[in-house]
Structure formats: structure tokens, C-alpha cells
Design a protein around this ligand. Structure first.
Ligand code: SF4
Ligand code: SF4
Length: 432
């Protein structure tokens, strides 16, 4: 039996209907000093110091870039504690005690339209760099690096496909604040010199299409179109989204800018809008709790909030006698975490809590479903076999680096083999 799967249950129907609960008043906020892309970092404030919203409280340091850390409340610096970050690791976090006044730092003030119209490409890049904007679709790639391309850009794509099941953050943003996405797209077009913009959404997102189309009427002097792509997985993967929304086929590993394209997640564009218009870093995001082990709920929560507070807010876990599986992110690409002491960072948009099922891996039955389902056309089963015998050359020849960790091979495998996890391990092994 060969099964090729692109249609997977998206688990969003009920989540979409839920009201958004505001949870922006935590007493303590926690700011990881490092991140998945910045293995080093330091703070520039001391215990007892008073900080304001948007104030720089430290710097995260990556291999080739640095990112300022910003306070998302005003209040007193309390010290440091370890909590789990988006990558599932226990990391050092700076604590700020909220004074509930939300006093803005002196640097946070709106730009006038005249000031915005006078911004150069270099200005846009610097604004995005200083506000530490990163890819909010999950990549956490520094946005300023994308924007600073010297290539000629013809079109900027706002990626609102959000194909990963259970994720609802971009959907909630586009429903509640489509203008921020449109304005952010216009700023990205101005910064890159692109004449065209498109907003890619799923075909079935009729309500979003209506909301965006309504607000786009105000911006008729810009060439911006809504393009609908299929309801498949992983349609939101940028190369697939660009191919289906723009008809441009970009080979894996090549820069999009070489093909005249820039792609930004819709939440990233909204963050560009806030940074340019209001001089604000990312202060909050939409986040959901879902799964059969917890009451499902959507929140608007502040960066730095502890996930344990959100869990408590919905009444804790259901069926407490049943062990839980916690997944940070979506069920296909998310990270399994062993504790819920998680800090909400820029890219935290979902925690899935599942009642644990006894699922045992069976031997491979050579059905080839994993091979036929893989969107980047590699052979997960062969890579797994090469990894078992630690054959580095074979793993490289099988192009494990093309794997986008979409999770489809594991999903489709009738033997319940954790292929995606093996792909991750094989990639790490081959790169040593
Ligand atoms: S996780 Fe990697 S190997 Fe598996 S289907 Fe996705 S891209 Fe292919
Ligand atoms: S690993 Fe799973 S999906 Fe792939 S061939 Fe074996 S049984 Fe089939």
C-alpha cells in the first residue's frame, strides 16, 4: 500500500470559533537571554533597576548578528531564573516585575506620515534591526537580513497560509488587524523597492479574504492582490507557497531574492508595521492551547508570559491521571517538551497538550508512503537505514539537508516510526 498524503486534519475549526482571551497582565515577565539562533547573550540592567516598555534590557548574540532584548512591561528588574524557551531548552531568563503602569520608554513614539515617507531603505533596515524583528512564522531568522538584500525585488509575498495544524496565531491576527499586515507589506515593498505585493492565504479562508479585501480598498494606489492557495500541507512552506501563489519555481537552497521575491510571514509584516509606525518591538502575540488534555483556548498574551499561567487560566490539565504529551508549536513541526515551565517568546504561538496514547513503533513494512509523501522528494526510509548504521556518506548522498522537518513522513508511516526525529538526528550527525 502506497499512501501519498497532503491532506491532513488541520484541527483549527473549533479553535477559530473561540473568543480571544486577553492575558497581558502577568505579574512577572521572563526574558530568555539566549535563543535558538543566539547561543550567547548578556543583560545590561541590574536588580532593582526600573525599566519601561520597549527599553533595551540586554543583547542576544548570534554567530553573525546581535539582537537587543526589550522589556514588554514597565517595572522592576528582579534577577534571573531558568525556564524553558521555544526550543525546549532550559535557559537563563531575566525577570521583570510588572508595575501594571505600562509606561513607554522615551524612544517609543509614533512616526508621522512625513517621517515615514522620508525613510530610506537603510532606515527601514535599521529600524527592523534595532527592534530585533525576526521571522514570526517560526524561523526566527533576523528580518533585517532579508530586507537588506541588494537584489532587485519585484514582489513581496505576505505569507498567511499557516498550514501547520492547530496553529491559529496568523489567522487571529488577520481577522483582528488586517491593516497592520497590509501596512507592514507596504513598508516591506517600499524598503525593497518592490512594485507588487501579494497576500497568500488558504482557499478555505473565506472570512479572511473578505476582511483583507475590505481593508485593501483603502490602499488602491498600491498593486497588492490576495492569492488563494490550496488547503494542503505543507502549502505554507515558502518555496511551495511562492510556486503556487506566484508561479515561480525556486530550487531549494537558492535565495528567493535572486528570483526577485521576498517572503514574510503575515505576523512578521505586522511587526514591521509596529516598528516603523510606533517604534515598538514585538510586545504580544496570539497563542493557543489545544489538544484533548486541556480546555482549548486562544489568548492574546505578552512576550515573557509563563505558559503555566495560561494553563492555570483554563483550569489546568484535564484527566490528570493520564500522562500528557506536550508539544510546543504544531503537531507536525513542533518540539516535544518535558515540562510546561515555558516562557512565551516571539515565536511561541501554540502549546498542544495530548493525553498520552500507547503508541509502539512497528518494523518498517517497506510501503514507501514516506517517500511518496515527502514534499522535497528525499527518501526518509533510506536515510533512517543509513543513520542506523551511521553511514555519513550515504546520509549526505541521500540529501538529508533538504529535509524541511515538515513531519509528513512520520504522520503517514503505518508503522508509527518517528522518521522526522530521525531526519533531525541524521542531519546533525552528517554535519559533524
Ligand atoms: S520531515 Fe523531512 S523527510 Fe520527512 S516528509 Fe518532511 S521533508 Fe520529507
Ligand atoms: S518507514 Fe514507514 S512509511 Fe516509510 S516505508 Fe517504512 S513503513 Fe512505510
Amino acid at each position: 500500500m502506497i499512501e501519498k498524503t497532503k491532506l491532513i486534519p488541520d484541527g483549527k475549526k473549533e479553535l477559530k470559533k473561540l473568543p480571544i482571551v486577553d492575558y497581558t497582565d502577568s505579574k512577572y515577565l521572563y526574558y530568555p537571554v539566549t535563543s535558538s539562533r543566539c547561543s550567547d547573550g548578556e543583560t545590561c540592567v541590574i536588580g532593582g533597576q526600573f525599566v519601561k516598555v520597549g527599553e533595551v534590557i540586554g543583547t542576544r548574540k548570534g554567530a553573525f548578528f546581535e539582537q537587543p532584548m526589550h522589556a514588554t512591561v514597565s517595572g522592576e528588574v528582579m534577577g534571573n531564573e531558568k525556564h524553558v524557551d521555544q526550543s525546549g531548552k532550559l535557559v537563563d531568563c531575566l525577570i521583570v516585575k510588572n508595575d501594571f503602569k505600562y509606561e513607554l520608554h522615551e524612544s517609543i513614539k509614533d512616526r508621522t506620515e512625513e517621517e515615514i515617507n522620508a525613510l530610506t531603505k537603510e532606515d527601514f533596515v535599521n529600524i527592523v534591526k534595532e527592534t530585533s524583528l525576526v521571522g514570526l512564522g517560526g524561523s526566527a531568522f533576523p528580518t533585517y537580513i532579508k530586507l537588506s538584500t541588494e537584489d532587485q525585488i519585484d514582489v513581496v509575498m505576505a505569507n498567511g497560509v499557516e498550514c501547520e495544524p492547530n496553529l491559529i496565531s496568523d489567522y487571529a491576527l488577520m481577522m483582528t488587524n488586517p491593516k497592520a499586515v497590509i501596512e507592514g507589506l507596504i513598508y516591506a515593498m517600499k524598503a525593497s523597492g518592490a512594485k507588487k505585493g501579494i497576500i497568500a492565504i488558504k482557499k478555505k479562508y473565506k472570512a479572511i479574504e473578505e476582511r483583507l479585501a475590505f481593508d485593501l480598498k483603502e490602499y488602491s494606489n498600491y498593486d497588492i492582490k490576495i492569492v488563494k492557495v490550496g488547503n494542503y500541507y505543507p502549502q505554507g512552506w515558502e518555496l511551495l507557497a511562492i510556486k503556487n501563489a506566484l508561479g515561480i519555481k525556486i530550487p531549494q537552497g537558492e535565495l528567493l531574492s535572486k528570483y526577485g521575491v521576498l517572503n514574510f510571514n503575515v505576523s512578521t509584516l505586522a511587526s514591521i508595521f509596529a516598528a516603523v509606525k510606533h517604534r515598538l518591538p514585538v510586545l504580544e502575540r496570539y497563542i493557543s492551547l489545544s489538544g484533548d488534555g486541556i480546555k482549548n483556548q486562544k489568548f492574546r498574551a505578552r512576550i515573557g508570559t509563563l505558559m503555566t499561567e495560561l494553563i492555570e487560566n483554563v483550569g489546568g490539565y484535564k484527566d490528570i491521571d493520564i500522562p500528557k504529551v506536550l508539544i510546543l508549536g504544531g503537531p507536525m513541526m513542533g518540539v516535544n517538551v518535558s515540562q510546561d515551565d515555558i516562557v512565551m517568546t516571539h515565536t511561541t504561538t501554540s502549546l498542544i497538550v495530548q493525553n498520552q496514547e500507547e503508541l509502539f513503533e512497528e518494523p518498517c513494512i517497506h510501503c514507501a508512503s514516506c517517500v511518496y509523501s515527502c514534499p522535497v522528494e528525499i527518501q526518509p526510509v533510506q536515510i533512517m537505514n543509513a543513520y542506523k548504521i551511521r553511514d555519513k556518506d550515504m546520509i549526505k548522498n541521500l540529501e538529508v539537508n533538504k529535509c524541511i522537518e515538515c513531519g509528513l513522513c512520520s504522520y503517514v508511516c503505518p508503522s508509527k516510526i518517528h522518521l522526522t526525529e530521525t531526519m533531525r538526528k541524521a542531519k546533525r550527525f552528517a554535519s559533524k
